[in-house]
Design a protein around this ligand. Sequence first.
Ligand code: ASP
Length: 342
Amino acid sequence: MNNKPAILLIYTGGTIGMVKDFKTGALRAFNFDQLVERIPELHLLECSIETYSFEVPIDSSDMRPEMWVQMASVIEENYKKFDGFVILHGSDTMSYSASALSFMLENTRKPIILTGSQLPIGDLRTDAKENLITAIQIAALQENNKPVIQEVCLYFEYKLYRGNRTSKVSSELFNAFTSPNIPHLAESGVNLRVNKALLEYKNETLPLTVHKEMSRNVMILKVFPGIQQKVLKAILNIEDLEGIVLETYGSGNAPTESWFLNTLAEAIAKGLKVINVTQCSSGSVHMGKYETSTELKEIGVISGKDITTEAAITKLMFLLAQKNVVDFKEAFETPICGEMEL
Ligand code: ASP
């Protein structure tokens, strides 16, 4: 009998599976079978691996919500058959995809680990092998016949993070990701150390529910000294715009000029959802802490607390597409799957 955990490896593209185009010198995605061939070590792992490849692997800068739906659907169709899932993904938008999937795959009780690399798998100094092999090992980790990790995570350069807490912070370093507001969930050294106190576990009786609708009527607006009224007005008047993530200063502060607050207030009164996140690389929004945020709270701006921009925009896309949201502010300010503080 084969008791080895079964892992489905889903290949979407990214540097990990790219080769240099000899003519242009640019990196482009190549065939997935060749990728597996380049890592014979995969055969040594204590798990069985099956693969699924996107028909046209992409650079993750081309990632779109339809592809999140495709990834979620592949997981849904194969959920019973496999013990864990590893998604190979370009690092550029990996935090967005990890965040989106965490909302779309409600009640997952199996590991879904996104990983990729900074250098292609064929490169001598590649980080791809370690990332891929350890991501698979983590997806295959079991205790009492149950997966140790039961959520959407991102594995990169020896660290496992909650996916919806991450941001890409370096285009060069192997250590390309950070989880600014919560510690990493596991670290790979000589041993794999898992911080079990941080892991999310869903009620065993709840079935996996896959949500496939995401609104695209959203945008991210970063506040900066000198932002003009005509700019804010033009953005807030975009036809069909349903929500924006407003990147403010510090603990959620923004200009107090009346045109700024009035323009926002008018849009909110017409139904626009405005989410306040900080443009600082860590910390939380506390509207009302300074005078410069008190009024934002009063006009109905929603607090993103300590959420990342990546998780905020995908949570907004997700919640706007849900039919049964009664109180949007309450729904956004309540954590769904560990993406923000309570
Ligand atoms: N441009 C690449 C991508 O995101 C970078 C990478 O994979 O690291 O697909």
